[in-house]
Each structure stands twice: as C-alpha cells, then as structure tokens.
Design a protein around this ligand. Structure first.
Ligand SMILES: Nc1ncnc2c1ncn2[C@@H]1O[C@H](COP(=O)(O)OP(=O)(O)OP(=O)(O)O)[C@@H](O)[C@H]1O
Ligand SMILES: Cc1ncc(CO)c(N)n1
Ligand SMILES: [Mg+2]
Length: 716
C-alpha cells in the first residue's frame, strides 16, 4: 500500500504536557493528521507497548501508526491486538532489513536520511525495504538536540531530487513552511512542536491540511456502477469530481444497460476482480476521498468493506443507492442489511427520503420527521447524514445535514427547479461533496458549495438535449459559461500570482504592533474602538462600492453575490455600532462621532475612483483584498499562529476575532477570488496589469489602515 504521508505527527511527551500524548494524538487526528509516530526515548519497551495500544485505540484506523526505533515493542503491541503499521528507524536504530523481515511486506518502514551518503546506502538495499525517508532537519530545533546542520528548504529540495523514495520533511517544520516544502518535493510534513505544543491540535492540524491541500488537486475515487448514457453512476461521478476541482478515478462495481428512460440490465463482475481494481488504485495512488455509489449485491458490499478496512481513506461519502430515478432496483433487497454494516465506515451518508426510510427501518411522516430520522441514523452509525429532499412534493427541494456527534443541524433551503433533467443528481451531489471535503471544506461549506454547483447544473440540463426520458444535468454549465476550462485554470494562476505579489504587504501586516497586540489581547480599548469607528466609516462606503459591482455584474449569479456582500457589509457596520461602539464598552463620545482618518480617506478615495470608472473587473479586483486579507488573517489568528491567546474564549476581542474566522466569510472570500480572477482572465494583458495594480493598491491601503490605530490614534 502507498501511505499518505502528507501530515505526519511525531509525538513528544514533554511538549504534550498535561494533556498527554494520547489526547494530543486524538485531537491531531481529528484535525487531519494522517500518520502518527510514537517517539519516546525514555520509555521502557513495556511502556511503549502500552502506549501503542492506547494510541491504536484513539486513532481507530483514521491514521497510520508507527513507532520510532522500537521494533520489538511494535511486534508485541501487534500481538496484543494494536494496529501498528510499522516503524521509523534512525540511521543508528538498527537494520531496516530486519524490520522488513519481522513486520512483513505490508508494513510501513521509514528511515532517517540527512546526506547523499545516506541516500546511496538506502538505494543499495533491495527495492521495497524502505517505504519513505525522513529528511531533515529543516531548521534548528530544540526537539532534536543532537540534530545535524539544518538543510533549509533548498537543502531538502536537493536531497529529495536525488531519490525516487517519498521524502517527508522533518525538524523545526512550522506552518509557514507548508507551501515551500510541498513545492520542494516533500511527500509530507513531519511536525513535532507545531502540533504537540499548541492549545488546539485539531484546529492547527486542520490549518496545516488546508494549506497543504490548497495548491494540490485532491484525488477522488468513485466506487460505483456504470451508466452508459453518462448521466448517473461513475460517468456522472467523474464529471462531477472534475467540475468541482478534483482528479477523478473510478472502480466499477457493476455495469448497467440503461439510458434516460430506465435500466434494462445489470451485470456484476466477479468480486475478485472488484478487489483487483481497488488494489490497483490504492497500491499506487494516495486517495484523498472515496465516494461509494451503486453496490449491487452483498458480495460487492463485503469486498468494498474489507478494502476500506485495509486502506482507511480519510473521507468516505456513501450514497446508499437502492433504486434508480426510473424506479429500477440497483441493490439486491437481500443486501440491505449488509449495507447497514457499511454505514459505520462512512464519513457522510447521503440518502434520499426512500433510502432513509429503509435505513432507519421506519416510515417518515414529513420533512421534519425525515430530519429527526437522519439524526437518529447519524447517532446510530457515527457518521454525518445529509438527507435529500429532492423527492418531496411541493415547491421546495431542501436538504438537511445532521451530525449527532457534533450537535450539527443545518438545513439548506431552496426552491425546486422545474426540470425533467434530474437523472443522476444524487450521484453527482455525493461526488461533489467528496471532492469539496477533500479540498478542505467543512461539511456545511461543502454542502453549500456542492448544492450551488448542482443547482446551476440542473438549470442547464435541458440545454444538453440528451435522451427522451429523465435527462442528465449539465455538469460543466458553470465552467463553460465562465469562459471554458482554460480560463478556469488561468484564473487560478492569476489568483496565485496576485497573492504572491502582495507577500510583502502581508508580511508587514503580520508584523504590525496593532495586529500583534490585537492577537495577544494586550491592545488597549481606546485604539481598538478608534479602529472600529474607522472600520464602520469604511464599511458604509465599501458597501456602496460593492453595490456598484452588483450593478455592473455580467451574470445574475455574480450580481446576487455582490449585492449580498454589500448587504453583509452594511449589516457588519450596524453590528459594530450595536456591539462595540457603545458607551457601555467604554467608548468615548469623541470616538463614537469619529471623523475619517487619513488612511481611511485614502483607501476610500481609491475604491471610489475605481468604482467611478465603471469597470466591473477593476472594481472586483479592488475590493478583493478586503475579503482575502481579512479571511487569511482571521484564519491564522484563529489557528493560533500568533500565539495561543487568540484562541482563548476569555480574549477581550474574542467575538470580533471570531467574525473573520467564520466559514461563511471564508466561502464568500473563495467566491470573490473566483469572480475577480475569472474576470481578470478574460481581460487582455495591459488591462490585466491595471486590474492587478488596483488589487495591489487596495492591499497597501489595508496595511496602512491596520497601522493607523497605533500611529495616528490621537493619544490623550
Ligand atoms: N427539481 C429539483 N430542484 C432542485 N434541487 C433538486 C431537484 N431534484 C433534486 N434536487 C436536489 O438534488 C439532490 C439529489 O436529491 P434526490 O433526493 O433527488 O436524490 P436521489 O434520489 O438520490 O437522486 P438520484 O435519483 O440521482 O439517485 C439534492 O440536493 C436535491 O435537493
Ligand atoms: C449506475 C447507476 N448508479 C446510480 C444510479 C442512481 O441514479 C443510477 N441510475 N445508475
Ligand atoms: Mg440516489
């Protein structure tokens, strides 16, 4: 098997402190750590075995587990029933050949390598002895006192280029190294203090994951049946994965002979061949998420279950397909019980109303009742459940997400789209969800994004003119309308370029005393209130500029987006007045009646002059930094990058900080980035430069705006 090395936690009992190693590991795995190495130089073998047993239990197959150095302890822990996947050996820790012999061909064996000579030694071993290399140290680190001279990112790049083996970067790796190391060829980041020594290992691990995945395309495997007419099954899945930004793969459970009118026949290949397909993929490719669709019969379910147990992909979206839109059965009724056993292996289950009734073993009275049944099912099986309202009578087609483990109850309202093209909506939705989750969206954001995409694709379905029955949706409606796939990748490049060009401005914002004091809670009330008063003045005008973007928007989707953003920023201004800019908060009358400060005037003058020019692309380029810089800062503050204080609920500005780490704001920022860069990608080169300048100028104004409170705040 090929291991997912992307985020690798190496434990340190001292850094984990009172929380302990086991609890730290549990939370870090919750946040997305994929591989855990137990490292405790002082423990006895017997203690190491106990720790491996405890870790194996909290990890519960969600990540791989290896132990540093202690081959005998690994063997003993396995004998006691722990799932220990392998060992990591240092240059002096004993022979990797012996480890391979003892642990077998499926074990994960890592070796430390810091020099070209180490690489030569590994290359001289039989192929398959070592699975990955730990290459470092990257930076000087106190967690490895006897470390060799740091390699830095460039030294890592040189070593990684000299070996075909996957290399994990280790030693002093912090979250800001993520992109550099990934681009230098790292298969993953091995992290010690940046996860063990933080207040919230789950949030920090999630932040690492997001940054690691941001520049990469998630690899999504659909395990489903074939629909030769292309609207449902794996054909729909592959289109949906591609349209939502993933790399799609497909393992066939069954072939159907069907079209838009119905299913004429089903052929289920032998289970051994299904397993061979699954292994062919997982032996070679790291799988970021799995979507499961049509399972046909009990032997298919058992084969998929066994493979899932071996591979444990981090995200599993299970669409419990039982009956096609046309009414034809796609699952042997005798296999329904087996299907229930599979539910516990899923992250998210997406039944329609009929399927939910079968899975919960009772009739559903109405939509309310369906939602409580979804919650019961979620509690029973330990997975999130999205119940789909596509088959409700009436004018609405809502969905509802329930996760009993986290008390999550979210309804997604939406009017029914009058269309006959609903063939494969369930397949398409579940694949889109798997892709969005693998891209790092939380479940609510993933459902929002997948639904928005699905609804656009549903509306455009009829334009495809496919078949005379229930036709397919148009998976690429949004992408093609926005100027083709070329412009989509071009827009991604533009976003990366623009972001890179304001790197210095971003670094300067991070260094501002105002930001530092805001993060650690030492900022005085008066300059904070002064800042908010300026922000309120700013928001009022900014809302007008957003409204102008709405007025000029080329599509109704964009028009709605900018109008909603405009409304949101006025609501934000009113909120500021109601919650912070009040005498009760110790804000003086002078602050309350603030005049715009020079930085405020300058920023607004810039925005207004762009808005006055009446160029949609330039307006959206100019308003983008206000979304992007705040989201980025809010996320990093929340992740504890400026110290742990910002995560403390007692922080004097906790509620203000929380606004900017809000997933909905993050979603809006993602959309703003897409709209601005897609507009830019359609512009000729000189105009594109002008758009970029507008973006850069606004970013510089953001910096000045953040600097102003402690520079021009009228002291006394
Ligand atoms: N006419 C419609 N208008 C808007 N949304 C719809 C419509 N029909 C289905 N949907 C949405 O499509 C998704 C699939 O829902 P549905 O309940 O049809 O699932 P399904 O029966 O599993 O689909 P399939 O028949 O493809 O297997 C849901 O998000 C649902 O809200
Ligand atoms: C192969 C296949 N999977 C799923 C569905 C559900 O729509 C279908 N019609 N065909
Ligand atoms: Mg379905």
């Amino acid at each position: 098997m090929i291991a997912d090395l992307s985020l690798y936690l190496v434990t340190d009992p001292e850094l984990c402190g009172d929380r302990g190693v086991v609890e730290t590991v549990r939370r870090a795995v919750d946040g997305g750590v994929r591989l855990v190495q137990l490292r405790d130089k002082n423990a006895t073998d017997a203690e190491t075995v106990q720790q491996l047993l405890a870790l194996s239990e909290v990890i519960d197959g969600r990540a791989l587990l290896v132990v540093n150095d202690r081959l005998d302890a690994a063997v003993a822990a396995r004998a006691h029933g722990a799932r220990v996947d392998g060992v990591h050996l240092g240059q002096g820790d004993g022979s990797v050949l012996r480890a391979r012999r003892v642990l077998g061909p499926d074990a994960l064996i890592g070796l430390t390598a810091n020099t070209p000579a180490h690489l030569d030694a590994v290359h001289a071993l039989p192929v398959g002895t070592v699975d990955y290399l730990g290459v470092g140290v990257i930076r000087p680190t106190p967690t490895k006192a006897d470390h060799p001279a740091p390699l830095g990112v460039e030294g890592f790049r040189d070593l990684a280029a000299r070996t075909p083996l996957p290399c994990v970067a280790i030693g002093g790796v912090g979250i800001d190294d993520t992109e550099d190391l990934r681009d230098a060829g790292a298969a993953g980041l091995a992290v010690v203090s940046a996860l063990c020594a933080v207040a919230d290992p789950a949030a920090t691990a999630a932040a690492f994951r997001r940054r690691w995945s941001a520049g990469s395309v998630p690899r999504i495997l659909s395990i489903a049946g074939s629909d030769p007419s292309g609207g449902a099954g794996i054909q729909a899945d592959l289109k949906s994965i591609a349209a939502n930004g993933g790399y799609g793969m497909a393992v066939l459970t069954a072939l159907t002979a069907q079209n838009t009118r119905g299913v004429r026949g089903v052929h289920v290949p032998p289970a051994e061949f299904l397993r061979a397909q699954l292994d062919a993929v997982s032996d070679d490719i790291v799988i970021d998420a799995v979507k499961i669709g049509m399972l046909a019969d009990a032997s298919v379910i058992r084969t998929v279950s066994a493979w899932l147990d071996d591979v444990r992909p981090p995200i599993v979206v299970l669409d419990p397909v039982m009956v096609a839109t046309s009414g034809d059965r796609l699952l042997d009724p005798a296999a329904e019980r087996e299907l229930r056993d599979l539910l516990g292996r899923a992250t998210l289950i997406t039944p329609n109303l009929a399927e939910l009734a079968v899975l919960s073993g009772r009739a559903l009275a109405d939509w309310e009742d369906a939602q409580s049944a979804a919650e019961e099912l979620s509690r029973d099986v330990g997975a999130a459940v999205l119940v789909k309202g596509g088959h409700l009578d009436g004018d609405d087609a809502p969905d509802a997400l329930r996760d009993a483990r986290h008390g999550l109850r979210q309804e997604f309202p939406g009017e029914r789209i009058p269309s006959r093209n609903t063939h494969g909506t369930g397949c398409s939705l579940s694949s889109a969800l798997a892709t969005r989750l693998a891209r790092g969206d939380d479940p609510v954001a993933a459902v929002r994004a997948a639904r928005a995409w699905l609804r656009e694709s549903l509306r455009a379905g009829e334009s495809l003119r496919v078949g005379g029955g229930t036709g397919p949706i148009h998976h690429f409606a949004g992408l093609w309308r926005r100027g083709g796939t070329e412009s989509a990748t071009e827009a991604t490049d533009i976003a990366a370029d623009w972001w890179e060009r304001i790197a210095q401005t971003r670094a300067a914002i991070d260094e501002l005393p105002f930001i530092r004091a805001l993060a650690d809670g030492t900022l005085e009330r008066e300059p904070f209130a002064w800042y908010l008063a300026q922000d309120a003045l700013y928001l009022r005008e900014y809302a007008r500029v957003l409204a102008e973007a709405a007025r000029l928007a080329p599509t109704s989707q964009e028009q709605a987006f900018w109008a909603e953003s405009s409304r949101g920023s006025i609501a934000g201004e009113l909120d500021l007045h109601a919650s912070w800019l009040t005498p009760a908060q110790g804000v003086s009358a002078a602050t309350f009646a603030a005049e715009p400060a020079p930085a405020t005037v300058a920023y607004l003058d810039h925005l207004r002059s762009v808005a006055f020019g009446g160029d949609y692309a330039e307006i959206v380029a100019a308003v983008l930094p206000c979304f992007w810089l705040y989201t980025d800062l809010g996320r990093r503050l929340h992740a504890g990058e400026f110290g742990e204080h910002a995560q403390n609920p007692e922080h004097p500005y906790a509620s203000w900080l929380a606004t900017y780490a809000d997933p909905a704001f993050e979603e809006a920022t993602r959309a703003a980035v897409v709209h601005a860069t897609v507009a830019a990608s359609a512009a000729p080169p000189e105009r594109r430069t002008r758009l970029r300048r507008a973006f850069e100028a606004s970013s510089a104004h953001e910096l000045a705006f953040f600097a102003a409170p402690l520079e021009s705040y009228p002291v006394g």
